[in-house]
Design a protein around this ligand. Structure first.
Ligand code: C2E
Ligand code: MG
Ligand code: MG
Length: 604
């Protein structure tokens, strides 16, 4: 028998092979029945390793979404991003985690991606805990065997970036203290409204609001309390103007509001009344009730060409006009207000330059003793020696400089120059007489007025008894402040007189208490002494009253001999006016002092 074919061996091989095949089938069946898959270790390629590393360690999260928009796979646990685990997302729709506003644009993006496009967009998703998360997603089609089977979505968390840009935006558009929008935001919103009104033809009003005497609140209670009031005001105004962007804080104590859907002027008035009424109730400052009034300038949107900034400027102009005429009310802008405002602005600019170029000079007008005809004083009156317009009188620039605050600088110069000149004349041996300087309310309410004047007196070497300050009745309304200021200055040796007496608000109470040496009867009473018995009676009464209060009296604007006689008869102490001499430049006044120390027409 051929030994390579052995029947026994053949049988054994066959039976063994049969048994092996049967047991393999059995094991496979058993594994399948228990859902166990066997994988045999194999050597991954280098490329595969890179891909695995990218998949598991990428800082970017990427998800595979199937054609129906459902999660199929995700490379990392998305827990820290949206609070859900991988398992929780599996099989869920991508859209169910999106914020409502993001759904439609994401749907469009997915549809385009399924057409082969690669796109990028920002979406907002809802974290499991409820807060919103901002994501940037970039989509790319997943292609298998030439067919797009899904979408690869790369996900980047941009919440922090969004938050910081939101913070920057907030800082740029909102007022830190009150939380209200600021000027920039308001102007932008107003411009949008104006643009829209071109088609809707809607009427719009801009209201510029300024708190009255807010400086006084800051000065009396301190800035922190001032801030509390501003916050309370912001809160009350918001109640009248709840729509975001309709109200803004400009700066300091200025607010601006826009009123829309206006039917007529009456409608504007009604709404302004509402705003003012809202502020009427006293504010609470740590238990102290504080009353605040507001002045409002209003500009109505007139034509299609109106710009936001222009409308705001008009409202501001009306506000300034309102403040000039009083406080605690509103004023509608009218076209004739504009040129004046423009004129004032140019004037302010010119004045600032004039001060630098030494274009201001002082004229002096003598004051005479009505008994002896001797010059007993002089009033320094400012003039502007304009290079083109010649000598400009003060009534053309004083009120504008009071408004702009320029008067403080100009007034400082006047005091300095008057004291310097007086000292020079005294050193030259001319008679020692006081110089009066007009003080504006702005200078008067300046905190350091006493220090300033003390400094001028020290620097110029003028004895304080030769400086007299002229204030007006209106400046004494804030009695406490006036009292304190007058006390400090009279302690230095400076004297005070009340100018234009009889034209303002007076009270015997303050006349008696304030350290004043002289009353100056306003020239409007003196002018008609002869013709108008009322004026004659007023002048006589002022003289008698002043003397009773131990005050000296001077009459200003005296132009005729008969006026002099009347004043003498009623024992007025002094006079000032064209009858004695008009205001003259310093050289002219020096001559007066040298030659006519006694006025011949006045000497008896
Ligand atoms: P005021 O203080 O009442 O000054 C008197 C004004 O009456 C002066 O006008 C003077 O020229 C004018 N006057 C004097 N005698 C007569 C007269 O017989 N008849 C008439 N009709 N007028 C007479 P001026 O210099 O034009 O000053 C006008 C006002 O300007 C002053 O009135 C004063 O309120 C203000 N002013 C002048 N200089 C200064 C200044 O340096 N500082 C401040 N704050 N105000 C000043
Ligand atoms: Mg005066
Ligand atoms: Mg006067």
């Amino acid at each position: 028998m051929n030994d390579w074919f052995d029947v026994d061996k053949w049988l054994i091989w066959n039976v063994t092979a049969l048994l092996l095949a049967a047991s393999a089938a059995l094991v496979t069946w058993w594994l399948r029945s228990r859902r166990i898959q066997l994988s045999f270790p194999h050597q991954p390629s280098y490329q595969q390793e890179i891909m695995d590393s990218l998949y598991h360690n990428s800082p970017l999260i990427f998800a595979i979404i199937n054609r129906k928009g459902k999660f199929q796979d995700i490379n990392r646990d998305p827990d820290e991003l949206i609070g859900y685990s991988k398992a929780e997302l599996a099989g869920k729709s991508f859209f169910q985690f999106l914020d409502e506003q993001s759904v439609e644009k994401t749907r469009q993006t997915f549809l385009s991606t399924l057409q082969g496009e690669k796109l990028s967009l920002e979406v907002r998703v809802q974290h499991k805990q409820g807060q919103g998360k901002d994501l940037n997603i970039t989509t790319s089609p997943v292609v298998r065997r030439g067919k797009i089977i899904g979408i690869l979505v790369f996900i980047l968390d941009i919440s922090e970036r969004k938050r910081s840009s939101e913070r920057i935006r907030h800082m740029a558009y909102y007022d830190d203290m009150t939380g209200l929008p600021n000027r920039r935001f308001f102007t932008k919103r107003l411009q949008e409204k104006l643009d829209a009104s071109r088609t809707t033809k809607e009427r719009i009003a801009v209201c510029y609001m300024d708190l009255d005497r807010f400086k006084l609140i800051n000065a009396s209670f301190g800035r922190d309390f001032g801030d509390i009031i501003l916050m309370q005001i912001a809160e009350r105004l918001t109640r009248c103007l709840p729509n975001p962007g309709d109200l803004a804080r400009m700066e300091g104590d200025e607010f601006v509001a826009v009123l829309d859907h206006i039917n007529d002027d009456e409608d504007v008035r009604r709404r302004l009344d509402e705003i003012m009424a809202m502020l009427e109730e006293p504010f609470d400052l740590n238990g102290i009730p504080v009353e605040i009034t507001v002045s409002i300038g209003v500009a109505l949107h007139q034509g299609e060409s109106d710009e936001a900034s222009m409308l705001m400027k008009r409202a501001d102009t009306a506000l300034h006009r309102m403040k000039e005429n009083g406080k605690g009310d509103y004023l509608l802008h009218t076209s004739e207000m504009d040129p004046i405002a423009l004129h004032k602005l140019t004037l302010q600019h010119e004045m600032r330059q004039a001060l630098r170029n030494n274009e201001f000079i002082l004229y002096y007008q003598p004051k005479y003793d009505l008994g002896t005809g001797k010059i007993v004083g002089m009033e320094a009156l400012v003039r502007w020696q304009h290079p083109e317009r010649g000598i400009v009188p003060p009534n053309e620039f004083i009120s504008a400089s009071e408004e702009s605050g320029m008067i403080v600088e100009l007034g400082d110069w006047v005091i300095q120059e008057a004291c310097r000149q007086n000292k020079v004349w005294q050193t030259e041996g001319l008679p020692c007489i006081p110089v009066s300087v007009n003080l504006s309310i702005r200078q008067f309410s300046h905190r350091n007025i006493t220090n300033k004047i003390a400094k001028v007196l020290m620097e110029t070497g003028l004895d304080p008894q030769y400086l007299e300050l002229e204030i007006t009745e209106s400046m004494t309304i804030d009695f406490e402040r006036t009292m304190q200021c007058l006390k400090e200055l009279t302690a230095l040796g400076v004297k005070f007189s009340i100018d234009d007496f009889g034209t303002g608000y007076s009270s015997f109470h303050y006349l008696k208490k304030l350290p004043i040496s002289r009353l100056k009867i306003d020239r409007s009473f003196v002018r008609d002494i002869q013709q108008d018995p009322n004026d004659a009676a007023i002048v006589a009464a002022i003289i008698a009253m002043a003397h009773n209060l131990q005050l000296q009296v001077i009459a200003e604007g005296v132009e005729s001999e008969s006026q002099v006689q009347f004043l003498r008869k009623h024992r007025c102490d002094e006079m000032q006016g064209f009858f004695g001499s008009p205001p003259v430049p310093s050289s002219g006044f020096q001559a007066l002092l040298q030659n006519h120390h006694v006025n011949a027409a006045l000497s008896v």
